[in-house]
Design a protein around this ligand. Structure first.
Ligand code: PEP
Length: 249
């Protein structure tokens, strides 16, 4: 089965709800009929606006994080049911910025992936090595470990519902993109790991994105690589023209 390319934007902590509204109206016009599947992951405060304004368009909406508890005394957190009630379909889990600044661990990432799948939200599971780990030649082992822990407890059928995003930390927001080969070889190794643990069907049907300074100029080459099924895009997803090019790459 062919894996459909996914162009996923990650807005991070950018755009107020009113800025989001005008941006999304423009984007919806611009990506109408785009070649790739289009997803925007936006701050919690923009979700309601984003879901409403994308109704009837080819744009899906995701959150950038969620908690793994169902409800209760977790001040400042947002649950899967809260996202579902708004009509949110995707959630980014384990982004390196959350791991670095907000103590996200492989264990909490796993709990969140399990909760998202249980509730029917598609997790965009992030993994990736630091520059030091790359220089120490432990990229493959590190990423495999992150993936194995994050997916622990899921059935093979459920693993296929996860979108994996390989994002080398040294390439995020730095303008330093991994080469096509560097990006593809890690995505290929993630697929090999899925094949070993879950079998051919899961390996062949799970989407693996690359993220790290994807832009309008490099997306087409990256997405053409064998094991790269699209991109998780930060900076360039904040510009309608650039993200439109990526949505057609
Ligand atoms: C990201 O936000 O996941 C990301 C890869 O950011 P950027 O495209 O800006 O490097």
């Amino acid at each position: 089965m062919a894996r459909k390319i996914l162009a996923a934007g990650n807005w991070k902590m950018n755009k107020t709800a009113s800025e989001a509204a005008s941006f999304i109206k423009e984007l919806a016009e611009s990506v109408k009929g785009a070649k790739n599947e289009v997803l925007i992951c936006v701050p919690f405060t923009n979700l309601e606006t984003a879901v409403k304004l994308t109704e009837g368009t080819n744009i899906s909406v995701g959150a950038e994080n969620m908690d793994y508890h169902d409800s209760g005394a977790y001040t400042g957190e947002v649950s899967a049911d809260m996202l579902l009630d708004l009509g949110v379909k995707y959630v980014v889990i384990g982004h390196s910025e959350r791991r670095e600044y907000y103590n996200e661990t492989d264990k909490t990432v796993n709990a969140k992936v399990l909760k998202a799948i249980e509730k029917g939200i598609t997790p965009v599971l992030c993994c990736g090595e630091s520059l030091e780990q790359r220089e120490d030649n432990i990229t493959f082992e590190w990423v495999r470990m992150q993936i194995k822990i994050a997916l622990k407890g899921l059935s093979a059928e459920d693993v296929k519902k996860v979108v994996i995003a390989y994002e080398p930390i040294w390439a995020i927001g730095t303008g330093k993109t991994a080469t096509n080969e560097q990006a593809d070889e890690v995505c290929a190794d993630i697929r090999a790991c899925l094949r070993e643990v879950y079998g051919d069907d899961v390996a062949d049907n799970t989407r693996i994105l690359y993220g790290g300074s994807v832009n309008a100029g490099n997306a087409a080459e990256l997405f053409a690589m064998n094991d790269i099924d699209g991109g998780l895009v930060g900076g360039a997803s904040l510009k309608v023209a650039d993200f439109t090019t990526i949505a057609n790459a």
